[in-house]
Design a protein around this ligand. Structure first.
Ligand code: F0G
Length: 482
């Protein structure tokens, strides 16, 4: 997305790539969309992709690869041990992240499993700017407690603050003073954040957090799964980064951290993950678990083809034209929704557009899962599959009580380089219609509730007949339109 001005003054993003392989899509009639949603227990994770028109569930493992990535997959070196493919990946990771050691894992949460198994002891704390579902689940599974130290502004849905993902460094100092450094397993910075609307973390904040960690001998860990978007935001929003190359911003962000891990389903546009480590003793401790859970040290559960694609994908992450596509499309979608009065998280972040279900459905209490209800209604109204990121994504407390999420969001992820602007415009139009008809939408209740990560498989049912009323209103307004 280069700086292209339109004669008429319009502000449309222009793609700096062309589509050369396509996948045919189907848009089912609304009656069939409702049937599919009912069969899925009003949980978008349980939909069949064949029933989905625009899959905005996630960006994970579904970004469009470049021809260079595809080409690299053909010259993979298929060896269990000592594969040249792994050497290429390791060298690229070291060059970009600036760390000598690299442990491959099959995806991001596998890295979290290893880190938490080694570093978290029962009764210890893991302060972080904000949790991600799997990162918290692994800390908790090892007896630790996650403490979120996001600055209060980070939880304000609408704002014009550039770095709402920043950690409150004073709160971290206070926590260390209260609990003692020994009680802190590690400090985790998610750059950028996932569950609070793809909001970025500033380079200055990362430096400050790591400085506090270093002073107290606490390991500092960066989750770099969403670093591509974060690099873009640093370049355009943090004045000290404006004149730096993307590669230089990357190194400046990574250098202060002891450990960096990532999901290569996001950064690198492949399917895999890994842990980058600086310290030899720490590397040796973490290394023990890779063959146990993942596979040998030269593949860690990844196929050699994916490792080749990730190597090229990581290199391409340093190309500003490549990393700006997601955030610029998201910016367009958020601004257009905002213009139509649809409540969204602002400023626009990375990962996707985040609709504020609490304000959208302000007639529903959080106990009726407004974000899940809205995600269901969005699919019925449009065939667009989003993801609930609210109370349904929380886990019950040990005493069975239900924590209410800070935010009730429906995430409409923007897999990178996948959708066209007219498809995005279609999604905006249907959300506009849904917002005008929001009072029709009612609540949901669990009919099947798994104990761990319940949002993946949980099934819900509507509390009233609202889904059928929504279909009837759609037909009245759109006639025979799909
Ligand atoms: N950390 C962050 C910030 C993530 O967004 C994810 C995954 C992970 C870790 C775990 O990585 O999926 O490779 O095991 N996020 C996906 C999403 C699932 O849809 O947002 P993984």
């Amino acid at each position: 997305m280069s700086n292209v001005k339109f004669y008429g003054g319009e502000q449309y993003p222009v793609e700096m790539h062309k589509v050369r392989i396509i996948q045919k899509l189907t848009l089912l009639p609304i009656e069939d969309r409702l049937k599919a949603m009912e069969a899925a227990g009003h949980n978008t994770f349980l939909l069949q992709n064949a029933d989905v028109f625009l899959d905005m569930l996630t960006d994970s493992g579904v970004n469009a690869m470049s021809q260079e990535q595809q080409a690299a997959m053909f010259r993979a070196d298929d060896a269990y041990a000592g594969s040249a493919t792994f050497t290429r990946l390791h060298e690229k990771v070291s060059e970009i992240f600036g760390t000598p050691y690299f442990l491959p894992t099959h995806q991001g949460r596998a890295a979290e499993n290893i880190l938490s198994s080694v570093l978290v002891r029962p009764g210890t704390y893991v302060p972080m700017n904000y949790h991600f579902t799997t990162s918290k689940a692994h800390v908790v599974a090892n007896g630790g407690e996650v403490l979120e130290l996001i600055k209060p502004e980070g939880l304000e849905v609408t704002s014009d603050l550039p770095f709402k993902g920043d950690l409150d460094v004073d709160a971290l100092r206070q926590l260390i003073a209260e609990k003692g450094a020994d009680a802190i397993a590690y400090v985790r910075i998610e750059a950028g954040t996932n569950l609070i609307g793809g909001q970025p973390v500033s380079l200055s904040n990362m430096e400050e957090v790591c400085e506090v960690c270093r002073t107290h001998g606490i390991p500092s860990v960066m989750d770099a799964s969403l670093i591509a978007d974060n690099l873009y935001f640093a370049k355009v929003r943090e004045p000290r980064c404006a004149d730096l190359e993307i590669g230089a911003i990357m190194r400046a962000m990574c250098d202060p951290f002891d450990i960096i891990y990532f999901s290569a389903r996001k950064v690198g546009f492949g399917r895999g993950g890994g842990i980058c480590v600086r310290d030899t003793a720490m590397y040796q401790k973490l290394r023990e678990l890779v063959p146990l859970y993942e596979g040998f040290l030269t593949y860690g559960g990844m196929s050699v083809r994916e490792m080749e694609a990730i190597t090229v994908g990581l290199d391409e992450t340093l190309d500003f034209d490549m990393i700006n596509q997601g955030p610029i499309f998201i910016d367009y979608m958020v601004r257009e929704l905002e213009r139509r009065g649809v409540p969204v998280v602002t400023p626009p972040g990375g990962l996707g557009a985040h609709v504020d279900a609490r304000r959208f459905l302000d007639h529903l209490p959080q106990t009726e899962y407004p974000a899940a209800a809205l995600a269901s209604a969005v699919f019925v109204a449009s065939g667009v599959r989003g993801m609930e990121r609210g109370t349904m994504s929380e886990q019950r407390n040990a005493d069975g009580s239900e924590p209410m999420a800070h935010m009730e969001l429906v995430r409409l992820a923007m897999p990178r380089r996948v959708f066209t602007l007219s498809q995005v415009n279609y999604a905006i139009d249907r959300l506009d219609w849904l917002y005008q008809n929001r009072r029709i939408i009612g609540g949901l209740k669990f009919v099947e509730e798994p104990e761990i990560l319940r949002f993946f498989f949980g099934r819900l049912a509507p509390l009233t007949d609202w889904p059928n009323q929504l279909v009837a209103k759609f037909r009245a307004d759109f006639g025979d339109s799909l």
